[in-house]
Design a protein around this ligand. Structure first.
Ligand SMILES: Nc1ncnc2c1ncn2[C@@H]1O[C@H](COP(=O)(O)OP(=O)(O)OP(=O)(O)O)[C@@H](O)[C@H]1O
Length: 309
């Protein structure tokens, strides 16, 4: 029999006064999966995460976390959650190690166990050599890794990560991401928001794209790409002030032509065949790139925006 979902939301709503941030979403997160919330700024991802984290009560609909009601059983749920918030809220007064052992005490974890766990977790996030350092001088990547370690102190059943890699340089981002992969391999259930499509495509088993408080699409990265994009995309850049002028000349090639400020995208089943057609029309782009469709293409199609917008 399939296991019950760790998170079950039906018609979940979050309002702030007259404004509806989350407008009735259905979500099921299954044990052991990495589940992603994607969407442009203001889509309602953080509002959803905060309801799941039991720090913001739903305004309507149903929400069950680990089989419990977040309003009545918030304390019990929180004891089994690990939370990595969007902004690091580490204790600056304490050392790296103390941030873990002190946090462990909130969960009633005995001192000896907390010490052992801190040692293991510092090793896991590669901060052992900074164990006795204060938090302030750490780099952004180190602080984020420490926040992740802290979220794991209580051996949570479910780990919530709100934009775990935002604001980090590429190397730091890679290291954080690699640790999340390991957690997933260890069977930890991860729920995360991200603005990085490539990361979501690699890590998430399933995801939802939110826009304007609603779910615009849902599925595995592969399913979403198959459903909302074509097999390949041709990126053409023309050496001209405006790409717009070339769009008409490309019409009819593939399923869809999309004009961006700096390039034109052709959504096609076969990139090489499309390039041959472009050449046959005597159009001479300054650059041509044929690639597989990505989640970013799906996102563009569904929300009409790139994530950096
Ligand atoms: N406490 C609040 N009071 C009023 N409006 C809020 C509050 N929190 C969020 N909002 C509004 O709700 C909408 C959704 O915000 P939310 O933070 O959930 O979006 P998001 O998808 O997480 O975006 P981002 O990627 O910017 O974090 C936004 O328009 C935001 O201004």
């Amino acid at each position: 029999m399939p296991q019950p979902p760790l998170i079950r939301a039906r018609n979940l709503v979050k309002r702030f006064g007259d404004f509806t941030a989350v407008a009735g979403i259905d979500v099921d997160v299954r044990p052991g999966e990495a589940f992603g919330f994607l969407g442009p700024n203001g889509a309602g991802k953080s509002s959803t995460m905060r309801m799941i984290g039991c720090v913001s009560p739903p305004s309507g609909g149903e929400l069950t976390i680990l089989g419990m009601d977040p309003v009545r059983q918030g304390t019990q749920i929180r004891a089994r959650l690990g939370v990595c918030p969007q902004l690091d809220n580490l204790d600056q007064e304490l050392t790296v190690r103390e941030n873990l052992t002190t946090y462990a005490r909130y969960f009633g974890i005995p001192r000896r166990v907390a010490r052992e766990r801190a040692t293991e977790l510092l090793d896991f996030v590669q901060l052992t050599d900074r164990a006795n350092s204060k938090v302030d001088p750490l780099s952004g990547g180190m602080k984020r890794r420490l926040t992740i370690a802290r979220a794991l102190v209580n051996e949570p059943d479910l780990v919530l990560l709100d934009e775990p890699t935002t604001g980090l340089d590429p190397q730091a981002r890679h290291l954080v991401w690699e640790r999340l992969f390991r957690l997933k391999q260890q069977g930890v259930t991860l729920v995360l928001t991200t603005h990085y499509m490539d990361e979501a495509e690699q890590l998430c088993d399933r995801l939802v794209v939110m826009d304007g408080g609603r779910i615009a699409a849902e599925g595995s990265p592969r399913e979403l790409i198959e459903r909302y994009s074509t097999r390949e995309v041709v990126e053409l850049r023309f050496a001209a002030e405006s790409q717009e002028a070339f769009a008409d000349k490309l019409s009819g090639i593939g399923d869809r032509v999309e004009v961006l400020p700096d390039r034109i995208l052709l959504y096609v089943p076969d990139g090489d065949a499309a390039v041959a057609t472009v050449n046959a029309r005597a159009l001479v782009p300054a650059s041509v790139l044929v690639r597989r469709s990505s989640l970013e293409d799906v996102f563009l199609h569904l929300t009409g925006r790139t994530l950096v917008d």
